[in-house]
Design a protein around this ligand. Sequence first.
Ligand code: 3HC
Length: 689
Amino acid sequence: MQVVSHALEGAVLVITVDNPPVNALSHAVREGIVNALSDLPSEAEAVLIVCAGRTFIAGADISEFGKPPLSPGLADVLEALENCPLPVVAAIHGQALGGGLELSLACDYRVLDSKARVGLPEVNLGLIPGAGGTQRLQRLAGVDTGLKLAVSGKPISANEALDVGIADAVFQDQLVTNAVAFAAETAKQKRCLRDAPAPPMDTDAFDRWTGYAHKKMRGQAAPLAVIDAVRHGLENGFEAGLKHERALFEDLVSSHQSKAMRHLFFAERLAGKPPRGVEGKPIALSQAGVVGAGTMGVGIALSLLAAGKDVVLFDVKPAALSVGYDRIRAVIDGDLAKGRISETEAASRRQRLTKAEDWSGFDQCDIIIEAVFEDMEIKKTVFAALAERVRADAILATNTSYLDIDELARSVPHPNRVLGLHFFSPAHIMKLLEIVRGEATSDDVLVTALALGKQMGKISVVSGVCHGFIGNRMISAYGREAGLLLLEGASPQAIDKAVTDFGMPMGPFTMADMAGLDIGYSNRKKLSPDQYETRAVLVHDQLVEMGRKGQKTGSGFYRYEDGNRTPLHDAKTDEIIAAVRTREGITPREIDAEEIVERCIFALINEGAALLGEGIAARGSDVDVVYANGYGFPRWRGGPFSYADQVGLDYVAERIASFAERFGTRWWTPAPLLIELAKSGGALATHEN
Ligand code: 3HC
């Protein structure tokens, strides 16, 4: 297939890039553009670059990074565009991202479809723009915009691009026709940004974006490298800036951070594909039902509405139904007011939402998701009520964080239509969706759920059935070690600091206070003591029994002043911890940050390796996706498995063995898969069952 073609339209040479799915700048594309520019027909007076398919060029081909470079490189393409004797126009639809926007900046003019977006998202891959983006953009749109796009990595709309001077024109429709006319009539001169004067220094912008990088992108090297590259070009001129940008880019491409983030990029896309051996056909879903109008039910209904489904909402308590229904409409109104959705879309969502007066409201539903209280008997009652009334082929999904999907499925006829959909709260905001496949769940039902996840804009991961599925099963190992470290002598502050320094957004004790200590307390009451480490929660239990349930009661592990959420040291907590240690006969010892991090993170990794070995996760990369998207594991570490592979599985296995010697094998038995991969030189993040 020819990925680059060209044809004359009047006096305009139209070069079309057609490299599905996203027109990435693969070698053949680069070569095709350079060739087309090297042999201009004599009749041509201007050149137009357009893309076929759903988008303009979405960037360099990420899969080529880390491989030997193939000539021509992207810099050669940009040079050919700048050296082209004719004015060059880029016509942008869909997205012009990274190298795609950079290519357009080497053109003389840019015209955009009104729905197009442009951006420099390289920081999301642990990189900086590597083809002049940090130099040309500031010369075109000023320092603030140059920093904003490349530091935040967030794209902007066509109208914003017009406002800041990136776009020369925005067309409502007929982009190519309008762009050909623009090239013929308006694009009369070369306007090379390489030769444009440097913009004035903007100290405020540098301060603001440096602050942003430190606060919002803590631990990441790329945003600070962007700032360095922009400043270098401003102070030393275009050519020096370009050279500096290239050097920084090359360093970052081979860094752990960028490798980790590129791993997540592909892992997130792979996670949404059916696991090996699953060959179902997706079932069309148009009408969905939600049982339970509490926080989770509301979020799930909003996600379904965003996916274009008709939604029937029901709650056995009429008052709760009414509150939930109003809450959904309020969120839709809020999204409209913030410009997130159009008036037409808001009207459509309101119109597609209905309240059911009773169970019969679900008669026509293709899928019903229950989001009632986390209790097996209550969920069985709901499923029984549904099974009596809904179509025999309607999918029955349960939003549970821990419960046994197989037991629930066995309680209804046709268990092959049952599966778990574990949404994270708030369900309409959080990207992660664990799709729990029961022993009877049919392949058709599973692929339907994956398709629904995509329609809802979620990052879906398939999990098998076990207590807590992938995410919560692993987090309990992490929480257990944090609790034991506390008992052995580390303070909540020291533990929280060690893991936040590692890159977690919040420490386990700040997190527990925020979630409410009573939640875990009542969940534990449903477990038998052999299912968890009772010693790890002795302090938690003591706090709850004293009425210190966390933020909501003004104290837990920390104290909170005047409803403020800032955790403050509380001498009373120290006394409580000390009393528990004395009662248990424990002499506290000094514990350093390294031991804290290794015990918490390696426990997470070991539990993950155990469940991957059991086939609960289909792929190692799925575990990383769960942790990066549902539990705040630093993306620049790529997830727990990517991190384990980076520090070395033999090292992880050796540390786990030493913890087993010190603390016993009950919780520190190395997972067989971890041992196997450590021995064979394999990797957890790329392991596939
Ligand atoms: N290189 C290689 N493959 C890419 C790619 C890229 N830049 N962008 C997307 N793909 C692949 C995806 O892996 C996926 O493959 P699959 O079908 O085999 O899973 C396929 O294209 C479709 O991607 P999505 O599922 O993400 O499609 P969406 O429609 O949801 O999103 C998109 C489209 C917004 C363009 C999104 O793919 C995206 O954000 N891509 C990455 C953009 C990016 O980061 N660009 C910068 C690259 S680095 C760079 O340009 C360096 C330069 O400065 C030198």
